[in-house]
Every structure is written in structure tokens, then in C-alpha cells.
Ligand binder design. Structure first.
Ligand SMILES: [Zn+2]
Length: 232
């Protein structure tokens, strides 16, 4: 196996370590968590808005019912004054007023419940807004730190990439392409030494035919893990 591609992989490993370090940094994780909270928050806010809107409609409808009851009750009382003598009429009106009173009580109770729900929604919303504000701060703070961390590593990353580009010039195009294709699938290391008659990456045994091809070519692709196996 060409030493150049092995050197290339070694530098690639250095690059990978730096990138993993950035990826796994506390700052990046915190910024990402805060960001997803903020994104979810938009949904929560939309839902709360809808709930508050629905409650308000219910509240207004109940108030309307209440006003109607009051008006009808006044009308019944006026009618009662007019029908002083008529027993049947009086008893009918009494019954009606009783029914109205029941509706009034029920409506008042429902209004109280809705008011409480409205208050609760508003309270939750205020609490949520505070959390939302805190998440915004957390995101900004950690994003800034992460960007600083990234900037601090930029020189190192650039140097490794340049080194790799330099080494790549001396590497056979075919094997370099193969290497990069495997690497793009997030597999590392790409090049693994033969281990007895097994793939050094996944320990799958090679057939006699494959062993022969490995000898002739200097390397072979593992059927199982797609890594490039080379003979030391
Ligand atoms: Zn393998």
C-alpha cells in the first residue's frame, strides 16, 4: 500500500479529532438544545394563542347569554305586574323566572370557570415567555462561545487540510476517490491492515480468491464494512 495514502489517512484522523472535539463541545450542545427549545417554542406560542382565542370566544358568548337572561327576567317581571289577577299566568311566569334563574346561575358558574382558565393560560404563558427569554440568552451566549472555539481551531484545521491536499497530489486517483467515498459514509478509519486472513476493520474472513486479489493489487475492498484492506 502506498505510504502517501496512509499518511493522508493519518492527517484525516487529526482533522476528524478536531472536528469531533468541536461537535461534542459543551457550547455546541447547549446552543443546539436552546435552539430546538426556541423552535418548539414557536409552536407552543401558536397553540397558546389559539387556546386564548377560543376561551375569549366562549367568554363572550357566555356574557351574551347572561345579558339575555337579565333582559328576559326584566320582561317577565313586567309581565307579572300586568297579570296580577290571572293565577295560571302568574304560575307560568313564576316557572319561567325560576328557569331563567337556573340558567343565570349555570352561566355565572361557567363564566367563573372560563375566567380561571383564562388566568391560568395567561400565567403559563408569562412563565413560558420567561423560559423562552432565558433560552434565547443561552443560545446567543453559547453560539458565540462555539463560534470563538471554531475560530480558534480554524488555523489548525486549515493547516491539516493543506497538508492533506499536498499529500493527495502524490496519491493514485482511483484509491483516493475510493477513500473519499468511504469517508463520506462516515466510516473511519478507511484503510485497515489485513489481520491474518481477516478484515482489520470488521474481522470478516476473506476468501482465497479475495486473498489472491489483495496480493496482486496491494489492497481490496471489504465486502462487509466497505473499508479498504491492505497488506502491511
Ligand atoms: Zn471489513
Amino acid at each position: 500500500m502506498d505510504q502517501n495514502i496512509l499518511d493522508y489517512q493519518q492527517q484525516d484522523g487529526v482533522l476528524r479529532r478536531i472536528e469531533n472535539e468541536l461537535q461534542n463541545s459543551e457550547e455546541r450542545k447547549r446552543a443546539a438544545a436552546a435552539k430546538s427549545f426556541l423552535l418548539e417554542g414557536e409552536e407552543v406560542i401558536a397553540k397558546t394563542d389559539k387556546k386564548a382565542g377560543d376561551l375569549l370566544v366562549k367568554f363572550q358568548n357566555l356574557q351574551h347569554t347572561l345579558a339575555e337572561c337579565v333582559q328576559m327576567s326584566e320582561e317577565y317581571e313586567a309581565l307579572m305586574k300586568e297579570s296580577k289577577e290571572d293565577e295560571d299566568e302568574l304560575s307560568y311566569l313564576n316557572k319561567k323566572i325560576q328557569q331563567l334563574n337556573d340558567t343565570l346561575k349555570k352561566t355565572e358558574h361557567e363564566l367563573t370557570v372560563i375566567s380561571q382558565q383564562m388566568e391560568e393560560t395567561a400565567k403559563n404563558f408569562v412563565a413560558y415567555r420567561q423560559k423562552f427569554g432565558a433560552a434565547k440568552e443561552e443560545y446567543t451566549k453559547n453560539k458565540k462561545k462555539y463560534d470563538e472555539l471554531k475560530a480558534a481551531k480554524a488555523g489548525e484545521i486549515k493547516a491539516v487540510k493543506e497538508k492533506m491536499a499536498g499529500i493527495a497530489k502524490g496519491v493514485d486517483k482511483k484509491i483516493l476517490e475510493r477513500y473519499q467515498a468511504v469517508r463520506n459514509d462516515k466510516i473511519f478509519p478507511v484503510l485497515v491492515p489485513l489481520n491474518g486472513n481477516m478484515c482489520g476493520g470488521c474481522n470478516t474472513e476473506l476468501s482465497l480468491n479475495e486473498m489472491g486479489r489483495l496480493k496482486n493489487q496491494g489492497y481490496i475492498e471489504c465486502d462487509n464494512c466497505k473499508r479498504i484492506i491492505y497488506q502491511k
